[in-house]
Design a protein around this ligand. Sequence first.
Ligand SMILES: Cc1cc2nc3c(=O)[nH]c(=O)nc-3n(C[C@H](O)[C@H](O)[C@H](O)COP(=O)(O)OP(=O)(O)OC[C@H]3O[C@@H](n4cnc5c(N)ncnc54)[C@H](O)[C@@H]3O)c2cc1C
Ligand code: FES
Length: 271
Amino acid sequence: MKTDPVLKPPKPVIGQYPVVEQTWLNEAYFKIRILADDIAEKASPGQFVNVRPGQTYDPLLRRPFSIYLADPEEGWIELVIKQVGRGTELLSRLRVGDQIDMLGPLGRGFDIETVETAILAGGGVGLAPLVFLARELSLFPKEIYFFQGFQSKADVCCLEDLAALNIAPVVTTDDGSFGRKGFVTEAVKDFIKDRNVQSGTELFACGPEPMLKEICNIVDFYHLTGQFSLETRMACGIGACMGCAVPAFDGEDYRLVCRDGPVFRNREVLL
Ligand SMILES: Cc1cc2nc3c(=O)[nH]c(=O)nc-3n(C[C@H](O)[C@H](O)[C@H](O)COP(=O)(O)OP(=O)(O)OC[C@H]3O[C@@H](n4cnc5c(N)ncnc54)[C@H](O)[C@@H]3O)c2cc1C
Ligand code: FES
């Protein structure tokens, strides 16, 4: 299997790190803050950590999670996790003072150097890497528009962290129980049409695959540029097992989500 050479991210570290905060955000999502100064120092938006869910080898594989926020000065990182299966259930039981086995930061994050105007679109827990991205973008004089979709009001969370960045997101729910009714991609499309958004605007997205497919269609149709983070299932997280391979856009080659991504540009991989 051939993969393109990519810029090397900083070398990841591995260790046991203490949990210093654990908060349930709603019935399914929880946030954990972990003291990990060496990871916090190197982390950039879009990168992830690979976490051992329990103290034993069951489940065997580590689980990948985007870095939700990192504070290199205070030396912590935060993860926002949706409980879906056994690994996330074990992680949800972590309490302050417990140790967590973590490898990171991993992968290629978002590229923000040339961005003037940024539209961020999250679907469900896909908001995780976008809050860190919004914070980094807000350090520069860049225009930021944030769109976040949830299934229903019960899932809505993290809005206060965006408010702290002076970002008031447009929130959509599939059932209309909070914010605008419908898919987040519809809200993004309407915004682009109404504002007559021009090329030069970068669309950043993370969420379920059908949402990302639609985001790619929007990017192509309006001649924008796009970067999106893929949440494929992973094993090693470091490019050794080929478990996370996805077809490249030309359909003839592959990209490894853990090493070449998880952030890809539009037309880099086939969704
Ligand atoms: C780069 C990256 C970043 C991620 N960031 C986050 C994050 O910030 N917060 C978060 O909550 N989740 C994130 N995920 C998804 C997370 O890794 C999975 O939800 C987790 O591994 C599931 O583990 P589990 O043992 O609880 O579930 P399992 O028992 O393995 O699976 C339970 C259910 O979850 C689904 N599932 C499993 N893995 C994934 C996956 N990778 N993507 C989507 N659905 C999956 C399965 O289809 C199944 O229905 C990320 C994934 C990747 C690859
Ligand atoms: S998860 Fe092993 S190569 Fe990507």
